[in-house]
Design a protein around this ligand. Structure first.
Ligand code: ADP
Length: 493
């Protein structure tokens, strides 16, 4: 990585940002702005518009018009593909700029930010662009004398509400298939991670995407997000974020036009280590990364460690030893393993979970805010042992670098613990017994079950939750299902 360039970029002031509505930059209708506070030092980085309901409505109107007049969906698939491929190339060309801007905004360590943000977003957009002219309709196997054609049509205007942990990656998981399908989009970034998504929309325009096809509106969730969710002109709502907000979106859909709502709501994902694991050292290292990278701010983070009692103490010690080697600090230093917590609110929430565990008599390694003198929001990797399955720490998502550890004795007990929360996003099983691995994959209720690893996967496989982790899938060709409608044409021959 180009360290001089990183330092040069971090020293640059960041100009105030603007919505991207109907192909143009615009301020909030009443001129209001929100301060963007950097989690690296607690200082104001720049401002973004504090959008109004009218701004959200203007963006939806632009997206509606752009969809209805066919300026995007009626273009030949190969032309749309060319625009999206140019867009992906521009994102790659600007990868370091985007990554540093994102890190200053949300605190993710730069190594992970480059890979998981601009580069992953570019790869995602390219993946869906390449699929545009390879999606066929169907001819139904009807009886004699009839012809049944099944068309796949873009659903229309998509509202996308995304979180702050990986704005470009998660944003691209929605934008890639939605735009490739021919939909138009109104995207609302999280309050604490708007800057890179605004830049992404500018690059789309530069690549030749028509005005109004991709609109980005910044502001508060309760204002902008709610206006998109309540809109009569939005056909589909896609969301990644918290459970309470997900519920509000479903209610808003029910109150308005019954728009389809696809939710990815995080998890409390179990990482299950059996005593027969072939390489406990490797498992400990991967498990530590699986919870502590990006300060635990990963929806699939392995935040519950379930360990077979026979290896509990030795495994926890190995994991703790690895955690102690993970350097927490300046996310723009390439040696850093975990950067800053995204916001003061999130840091306080993390520390609140630790305090509660301490008060309940749980054993805690770490658990503190560190580097407070920098003004930034840093927290050390934290391991809590002796956690009871009923503890809030075992049931609720912290979204911070806090690992809850519980022992188990039998496979059945591991399954019961693993499935004993409202969530079902991700899981992992570590074992040398192939039959057990397959049994566990079947028995664990989660959208993804890793075997002898944690995290990792690529674009070719779907990501989505079961139970209260949500519905619908990002990634893979299955993601198109959210953005393409089926229409039947029935002919009498
Ligand atoms: P978190 O607590 O992790 O920030 P949220 O669910 O609050 O999770 O945020 C995820 C996204 O949802 C953000 O873009 C946020 O602005 C948006 N959001 C928050 N509240 C609402 C709401 N009432 N309606 C629509 N969107 C919202």
């Amino acid at each position: 990585m180009d360290l001089d360039r990183i330092n040069e970029l971090r020293a640059q002031p960041v100009a105030p940002a603007f919505h991207i509505i109907d192909g143009a930059r615009s301020a909030a209708s009443d001129g209001a702005t929100m301060q963007v506070v950097s989690p690296l030092d607690g200082r104001v980085l720049t401002t973004v518009p504090k959008g109004t309901k009218a701004d959200a409505e203007a963006a939806v109107a632009a997206a509606r018009t752009a969809f209805d007049d066919g300026r995007w969906s009626d273009r030949a698939p190969a032309e749309r593909k060319a625009v999206m491929l140019r867009w992906a190339a521009l994102i790659e060309e600007n990868a370091l700029e985007l990554a540093v801007l994102g890190v200053r905004d949300n605190g993710t360590e730069i190594g992970m930010a480059v890979k998981a943000e601009p580069l992953s977003a570019a790869a995602t957009i390219r993946y869906y662009a390449e699929a545009i002219d390879k999606l066929y309709g169907e001819i139904a196997p009807t009886g004699h004398g009839n012809l049944g054609l099944v068309h796949r049509e873009p659903v229309g205007v998509v509202g996308a509400i995304v979180p702050w942990n990986f704005p470009l990656m998660i944003g691209a998981w929605k934008l890639g298939p939605a735009l490739a399908a021919g939909c138009t989009v109104v995207l609302k970034p999280a309050e604490t991670a708007s800057l890179t998504l605004l830049r992404l929309a500018e690059l789309a325009l530069e690549a030749g995407m028509p005005a109004g096809v991709l609109n980005v509106v910044t502001g508060e969730g309760a204002v902008i997000g709610a206006a998109i969710a309540e809109s009569m002109e939005v056909d589909v709502l896609v969301f990644t974020g918290s459970g309470p907000t997900g519920r509000r979106l479903l209610e808003a859909s029910a109150r308005s036009n019954l728009k389809r709502v696809y939710l990815e709501l995080g998890g409390k994902s179990p990482n299950i280590v059996f005593a027969d694991t072939a390489d406990l050292d490797e498992a400990a290292k991967v498990s530590a990364n699986g919870i502590f990278r990006n300060s635990g701010q990963v929806c699939v983070a392995g935040s519950r460690l379930l360990v077979e009692r026979a290896v509990h103490d030795v495994f926890v010690e190995k994991l703790a030893a690895h955690a102690r080697t993970m350097k927490v600090g300046d996310p723009l230093d390439v040696a850093t393993a975990a950067g800053a917590v995204n916001s003061l609110r999130q840091l306080e929430q993390n520390l609140g979970f630790v305090e509660e565990a301490r008060a309940a008599g749980r054993e805690i390694m770490g658990g503190n805010r560190i580097l407070e003198e920098t003004g930034g929001y840093f927290m050390e990797p934290t391991i809590v042992t002796g956690v009871s399955p009923q503890d809030r720490l075992a049931q609720e998502e912290v979204f911070g670098p806090v690992l809850a550890v519980m022992p188990f004795d039998t496979e059945d007990e591991a399954v019961a613990l693993a499935n004993g929360t409202d969530f079902g996003l991700a899981a992992a099983v570590w074992t040398a017994d192939l039959s057990r691995a397959h049994r566990m994959v079947r028995r664990i209720r989660a959208g993804i079950v890793h075997v002898n690893t944690y995290g990792g996967s690529d674009l070719t496989v779907p990501l989505g939750g079961v139970k209260q982790s949500g519905n619908g899938h990002d990634k893979s060709l299955h993601a198109f299902d959210k953005y393409l409608d089926l229409k039947t044409a029935w002919f009498k021959l």
